[in-house]
Design a protein around this ligand. Structure first.
Ligand code: MRU
Length: 353
């Protein structure tokens, strides 16, 4: 890739950063696309709320946010004895892990940090352990940057000149530490000069597709069209979609994949119209402990997310609401998983790779 293309990729917006004064900032994504504001995270509770209320969201990004969140929650406690510091580390990790249940990256990252604590020598100091935890959190972040880039390179080969590429929700830079998962192939292909059309499904109820994916892709200059979620089947019937790429929050060992609500209906429609349906995700999203989708906990969120749009009431306040944040797409409908190790094709058995 030439230097110009590299420069373009470097300029893609970031979801979060950790600075050399051990301060942790996230881009408050609830304010997009009208405001782009970084908010410093100063406490455990604040990070918990930022994850719960989707100020930071997307599976890899919440994993990284969990790791940095744990670090900043321990920053002012290095005066404690090692024993007390360890107890606090596990307690805070457990609390952060309870903020959202479906994306496995959160527990994956927190487990990595907890393991550093468990393996830490008993004669070491709390300050030394704090520094090791910080190093591990930064390593998780850096590794995600490289992973996204690899996903982008592998996935870009699937996009042809003039293709229509449809995505749902936001699995872009703002859902990760790098250039995204599902959007990474688009970024790499476009920056190398390939021209295609992107379609972004708005993603009710929280509109991550409209507010975040459209913002990201538009900013990058990719030819992007927004559709209402209900349009995808008709769009495919018109032959305007050649490829679908979405992200994932947790992938079971057999390839069943949890992702934003609406993904499964997209895959079913894609099968009907013969459109290849791909999931782009890092290995950190693959949970071999979940044998199939039946083992995946799907987060259910509050009724207010459907009854109100930006504070405006759009349905009776006392209406019954069912608001699952994710659904599970059957592995039989997934043409492949675009990962940092290449494109994995069926039959899926991730415990072997
Ligand atoms: O509820 P969200 O916005 O966190 O849901 C995000 C998604 O469903 C993404 O597609 C998934 O986390 C993959 S992000 C690379």
């Amino acid at each position: 890739m030439d230097a110009n293309a590299e420069k373009l990729l470097d300029a893609i917006p970031k979801a979060l950063y950790f600075d050399d004064k051990d301060r942790f900032f996230i881009l408050d994504q609830t304010k997009l696309p009208t405001q782009s504001i970084f908010e410093e995270q100063k406490s455990l509770e604040q990070v918990y709320e930022s994850i719960y209320f989707l100020k930071v969201r997307g599976a890899p990004a919440i994993g990284i946010a969990g790791a940095y969140g744990l670090v900043i929650s321990l920053k002012d406690s290095t005066h404690l004895s090692l024993d007390e510091f360890l107890k606090l580390t596990y307690k805070n990790a457990e609390y952060l892990n309870s903020s959202r249940p479906t994306a496995v990256n959160l527990s994956w990252a927190l487990k990595k940090l907890s393991l550093v604590a468990t393996n830490f020598p008993k004669d070491g100091t709390s300050k030394e352990l704090y520094n090791l935890l910080k190093t591990e959190a930064i390593a998780i972040h850096n590794s995600d940057i490289a992973t996204c880039r690899a996903i982008g390179e592998y996935g870009s080969k699937l996009i042809g000149k003039g293709d229509g590429v449809l995505t749902l929700c936001n699995a872009g830079a703002l859902a990760t530490g790098g250039i995204g998962t599902a959007l990474a192939p688009m970024y790499v292909a476009w920056s190398s000069g390939l021209r295609f059309s992107a379609y972004s499904s708005e993603t009710r109820p929280l509109l991550q597709g409209a507010r975040i994916t459209c913002w990201e892709l538009n900013k990058f200059g990719i030819d992007t069209t927004m559709i209402a979620d209900s349009v995808s089947s008709y769009l495919m019937s018109l032959g305007r979609v050649n490829l679908i790429i979405v992200g994932a929050d947790r992938v079971a060992n057999n390839g069943d994949a949890a992702n934003k609500i609406g993904t499964s209906s997209l895959a079913i429609n894609a099968a009907h119209y013969g459109v290849p349906f791909y999931i782009a995700c890092p290995y950190s999203t693959i949970d071999t402990a979940s044998k199939s989708g039946d083992d995946i906990v799907v987060e259910e969120r509050g009724s207010e997310e459907l009854i109100y749009i930006k504070g405006q009431q759009i349905a009776p306040k006392d209406i019954k609401v069912f608001n699952p944040a994710f659904d599970v797409t059957d592995h039989s409908m997934i043409a492949g998983f675009i990962t940092e190790k290449g494109i994995i094709r069926p039959p899926y058995d991730f415990s072997r790779s």
